[in-house]
Design a protein around this ligand. Structure first.
Ligand code: SF4
Length: 339
C-alpha cells in the first residue's frame, strides 16, 4: 500500500475523532502516504495532524449533489494513484468521488446503501462501538475485525512562529496564566452555556489573577462581546479575530479551557489542555473529548436531557442555566496541572 485517501468528515470535532484511524493506518501501512479530502472549514485541524501528508480541499457546499464538480475533482485525483480510500461520512455522495476516481479499494460503512460504491464494506454494530472514534477506527481494519484498542491518541502540532506573531498582532501578553473559553457551538443555541454564566466565571478567574481569552469564529463575535460586557471587561474577545489555525496555536497556551460541546472542545483535547466540557442538550456518550485531562459536566436529574435539539423545545433551557458557574469553578479547581 503506497497511497491512501481519507474522505474526511464535515465537522471539526468529527475530524479530530478520526485521528486514531489515521494512526492505525500509519501503523498498518508504514510505507504509505496518507492524504485527506476535506472541506475548507475543517482543513486547518487536519493540516496539523502528523499522520497526513497533505489536505486537499473540496469545493462542495452542504446539500446539493454537485455531480459535475465531483467528477472533475475525481479526474484530478486519478493522477495520485491511490490504492485505498477510506470514506468516513455515511452519505452516498461522499462515496461517489473515490469511485469516480477509480480507487480500487474503497472502505466505509454501508451508510446510505452504498453497495458497489464501497467495496470494503463494514457493518456498524452501534452497541459494540458506542464511540464515534471507535467507529472510525474500525475502518482501518478488515471488515469483521474490531478496532485495535487502545485507540491511538489525538494530537495536533502547534506552529510556534505563528503563535508568536498572533500574540504580537493581537497585543496579548503572557504575564498572567491563561484560561480559554469557547462560548460558541455551531450546532445551535441549545448547546451554548449562557453568556451570563461565562461572564460570571470570567470575573471569578480574573479575581484569582488569571486572564481569560474567548476563542471562536466570526459567528461567535456577538456572544463574545456579550460576555465582555457582562463581565465588565474580565475577558478578552478574540472570537472572529483569528482563523482556526491561529485559534489552535493560541489555545495551546492555556492551562485551562472551558467549552461547550463543540469543535473547539475537541481541539483542546487534541492539544492535551486541561479542560471542562459543558453538556446540556447533547450527550457525551458518543463523542466525548479524547482527553484524560477532561472533566465533563452535564445536568443532574433533568429527564429532558439530552434532547439533541438545536433550540430548547421546552423554552426554559434548564439543562444549561442550572449548570452553575460555581459548579464549573469547582471542576476547574480539580483539573490537573498541565505538563
Ligand atoms: S429540552 Fe431539556 S435538554 Fe433540551 S435544550 Fe431544553 S432544557 Fe436542555
Amino acid at each position: 500500500m503506497q497511497r491512501i485517501l481519507i474522505v474526511a468528515p464535515n465537522w471539526i470535532g468529527d475530524s479530530l475523532l478520526a485521528q486514531p484511524l489515521l494512526a492505525r493506518l500509519q501503523q498498518r501501512y508504514p510505507a504509505a502516504s496518507i492524504d485527506a479530502l476535506a472541506p475548507a472549514w475543517t482543513s486547518a485541524v487536519l493540516q496539523r495532524m502528523p499522520q497526513l501528508r497533505q489536505v486537499i480541499n473540496t469545493p462542495f457546499v452542504h446539500g446539493p449533489l454537485q455531480l459535475r464538480q465531483r467528477w472533475q475533482l475525481a479526474r484530478q485525483l486519478r493522477q495520485n494513484d491511490y490504492q485505498l480510500a477510506v470514506v468516513l461520512p455515511n452519505s452516498l455522495k461522499a462515496a461517489l468521488l473515490p469511485w469516480f476516481a477509480g480507487i480500487p479499494q474503497r472502505a466505509g460503512f454501508v451508510g446510505e446503501s452504498r453497495y458497489g460504491l464501497i467495496n470494503h464494506l463494514h457493518r456498524l454494530d452501534k452497541q459494540a462501538l458506542p464511540l464515534m472514534a471507535e467507529r472510525y477506527a474500525q475502518l482501518a481494519e478488515d471488515p469483521g475485525n474490531a478496532p485495535q484498542r487502545p485507540l491511538g491518541a489525538v494530537q495536533l502540532q502547534v506552529d510556534l512562529a505563528n503563535r508568536t506573531s498572533q500574540l504580537q498582532r493581537l497585543r496579548l501578553r503572557l504575564d498572567k496564566p491563561v484560561s480559554v473559553f469557547c462560548p460558541g457551538a455551531e450546532y445551535g443555541p441549545a448547546k451554548r452555556w449562557p453568556s451570563a454564566h461565562f461572564a460570571s466565571l470570567a470575573q471569578q478567574l480574573a479575581g484569582e489573577g488569571r486572564q481569560v481569552w474567548l476563542l471562536g469564529g466570526a459567528g461567535d463575535q456577538a456572544i463574545g462581546e456579550a460576555i465582555v460586557q457582562a463581565s465588565q471587561g474580565a475577558a478578552i474577545n478574540l472570537c472572529g479575530q483569528t482563523d482556526l489555525a491561529s485559534a489552535i496555536d493560541l489555545m495551546s497556551l492555556a492551562d485551562q479551557v472551558v467549552s461547550n460541546d463543540s469543535g473547539l472542545m475537541h481541539v483542546a483535547a487534541a492539544l492535551g489542555r486541561p479542560q471542562v466540557a459543558l453538556y446540556g442538550s447533547s450527550s457525551a456518550a458518543h463523542t466525548p473529548p479524547l482527553n484524560p485531562a477532561a472533566q465533563l459536566l452535564m445536568p443532574e436529574g433533568l429527564t429532558c436531557s439530552p434532547c439533541f435539539a438545536r433550540v430548547c423545545p421546552l423554552g426554559h433551557f434548564r439543562c444549561m442555566t442550572e449548570l452553575t458557574p460555581a459548579r464549573v469553578m469547582r471542576a476547574l479547581q480539580q483539573l490537573a496541572t498541565p505538563q
